[in-house]
Write a protein that binds this ligand. Structure first.
Ligand SMILES: C[S@@+](CC[C@H](N)C(=O)[O-])C[C@H]1O[C@@H](n2cnc3c(N)ncnc32)[C@H](O)[C@@H]1O
Length: 196
């Protein structure tokens, strides 16, 4: 798990998006347990609350593990977030190139300067991008455009898998954040892992 290291993104705010560092605490009923761990989080303001897109808790990082392991060749990433996947995938010898599709100009402004080196950025909605004509073919497409792992993501996943097909090389693979937790759902049943 050497790749469980994340890029340091400084605290900052752009529009309705912010990066913050904070102490990690868990709430159990009335009890709040401080872990002593500091995390960074990417949050977006919706009304009067901040919704977390991504944080560096071990639970969230581990949910990228399978995708980091599978990433190979030319990789298309949907959702920049805190740039953790980009950072981890870049360190994999099997990964030749990284192209990131992110729809939020605020996320890009806060995060891309710290993780973008050597990667290509496409400022677009992934569904619009994939619906367009393929400009390149990818060996691996990784989508993490959701704030939670929930069966409510399944329609998006199925749509994305269909739209991604013309953008794949033969044998190319589409993978999603949290897929292993949802893989009993026929819409996202993964192919077997190939040894490498
Ligand atoms: C959960 S975060 C991604 C975390 C990322 N995997 C990481 O390693 O830090 C989701 C990101 O997807 C972006 N996003 C959400 N919907 C999108 C869409 N339809 N097209 C492109 N980006 C999208 C959000 O703005 C956010 O930056």
């Amino acid at each position: 798990m050497a790749h469980l290291q994340w890029p340091e993104i400084p605290d900052g705010r752009s529009g309705d998006v912010r990066v913050v560092h904070r102490a990690l605490a868990y709430r159990f009923g009335d009890r709040v347990v401080q872990t002593g761990e500091e995390i960074q989080a990417l949050e977006e303001r919706r009304g009067d609350r901040w919704v977390c897109w991504m944080s560096t808790t071990i639970d969230e990082l581990i949910l990228h593990d399978e995708a980091v392991y599978r990433a190979r060749g030319d990789v298309l990433v949907a959702g920049l977030g805190l740039g953790y996947f980009v950072h981890a995938a870049r360190a994999r010898p099997a990964v030749r190139s990284l192209t990131v599709v992110e729809r939020s100009a605020d996320v890009i402004a806060l995060v891309w300067p710290y993780v973008g080196a050597g990667a290509t950025l496409i400022d677009a909605d992934i569904f619009d991008f994939l619906a367009g004509p393929p400009a390149a073919r990818y060996d691996f497409v990784y989508a993490d455009i959701w704030a939670r792992v929930t069966p409510a993501n399944l329609p998006d996943m199925r749509r994305l898998r269909g739209l991604a097909q013309p953008h794949l090389v033969p044998g190319g693979e589409v993978w999603y954040w949290g897929q292993e937790l949802l893989q009993t759902q026929p819409q996202v049943a993964p192919p077997p892992r190939q040894p490498r």
